[in-house]
Design a binder for this molecule. Structure first.
Ligand code: PHE
Length: 339
């Protein structure tokens, strides 16, 4: 019996040793140690032994089992380690290869400027109002005190959808929308697209962007307008920036002004950017015309207001020294990726 046990041990160990994978190893384990295994069969036969032989063979059988179990255990971790190694080798990533990186996008310079300007005015307490690009002629012209014979109303200048509906030529109709059915205080800005029948050239486009501003309340004066725009110009173009108002005419403001800022490149001495002027025009503005307030149901005896409209393309072009407006619409990444 002792010899049998030794044979079983030798066979089991060699089978365990040659098992190449887990199923084969498990099969060997069952074949020797399982309920119907070779070792179990021997132990069952111990009844036929003498009382002297029994403990000797029993101890030996235990020893054999322990040795087989230990071998199975060792082999199992060996197989697992090899499998892991093989998997790692197969799934290996070459971290020295250049990454397949996605180029991050960015906001278009026009969107950037729109956001920057909006942030400044929101910081001053303005809220952002929106209006449609397809607008009523009434809001775009009539309510804004633009008389029936005003040249901007001409078919040559405005895209009409019907005699009453058009593509807005300015963001100013949002003033009307902000005032209609509401009472002051009102303090809004409104950035957006506007449309005019212009041929495309270096400084014109049939579609461009404006940012409108409107403040209506008690005792709002030209000083408030100047102070607000001065503050804006200092934040945006630099602390040294000075502001000047030149008389102008808009149907919906009285008085009206064009607003210039001192050239932020030369500081006012005159350079290429300001064409030797020392000043750069950036927006139109004025005190809201009493007719406009009346048209919106606001009493001009009690309330007054100011409004302004900035051309965003103009600001972008000045800020970055862009000499042709068409660059802003061509979506050429060589151009856009500079911002
Ligand atoms: N809407 C005017 C324009 O397009 C600008 C403007 C806005 C002027 C508000 C005065 C007040 O030229």
């Amino acid at each position: 019996m002792k010899k049998q046990l030794e044979e079983i041990l030798a066979k089991a160990l060699s089978e365990v040793d040659t098992a190449a994978d887990e199923p084969t190893l498990k099969a060997a384990q069952v074949a020797y140690l399982g309920k119907k295994g070779a070792l179990t069969a021997i132990l069952r036969g111990m009844g036929g032994l003498t009382p002297e032989e029994r403990p000797v063979i029993g101890a030996l059988a235990n020893e054999v089992r322990e040795k087989i179990e230990a071998a199975v255990g060792a082999k199992l971790s060996d197989i697992k380690a090899k499998e892991l190694e093989a998997r790692l080798a197969k799934e290996r990533v070459d971290i020295t290869l250049p990454a397949n990186s996605k180029k991050p996008g960015r906001l278009h310079p026009l969107s950037q400027v729109e956001k920057e300007l909006s942030d400044i005015f929101v910081g001053m307490g303005f809220t952002i109002a929106e209006g449609p690009e397809v607008e009523l002629a009434y809001n775009n012209f009539d309510a804004l005190n633009a008389p029936a014979d005003h040249p901007s109303r001409d078919f040559q200048d405005t895209f009409y959808i019907s005699p009453e509906v058009l593509l807005r030529t300015q963001t100013s109709p949002v003033q009307i929308r902000a005032m209609q059915g509401k009472q002051p205080p009102i303090r809004i800005i409104s950035p957006g697209r506007v449309y005019r029948c212009d041929e495309v050239d270096g400084t014109h486009s049939p579609m461009f962007h404006q940012l409108e501003g409107l403040v209506v309340g008690k005792d709002i004066s030209l000083a408030d307008l100047k102070g607000t725009l001065e503050q804006f110009a200092k934040i945006y173009f630099g602390e040294e920036t000075r502001t000047r108002l030149r008389p102008h005419n808009f149907p919906f403001t009285e008085p009206s002004a064009e607003v210039d800022v001192s050239c932020f490149v030369c500081g006012g001495k005159g350079c290429r950017l300001c064409k030797g002027e020392g000043w750069i025009e950036i927006l139109g503005a004025g005190m809201v015309h009493p007719h406009v307030l009346e048209n919106c149901g606001i009493d001009p005896e009690i309330y007054s207001g100011f409004a302004f409209g900035v051309g965003l393309e103009r600001v972008v072009m000045i800020k970055y020294g862009i000499d042709d407006m068409r660059h802003l619409y061509e979506n050429d990444l060589r151009f856009l990726s500079q911002f």
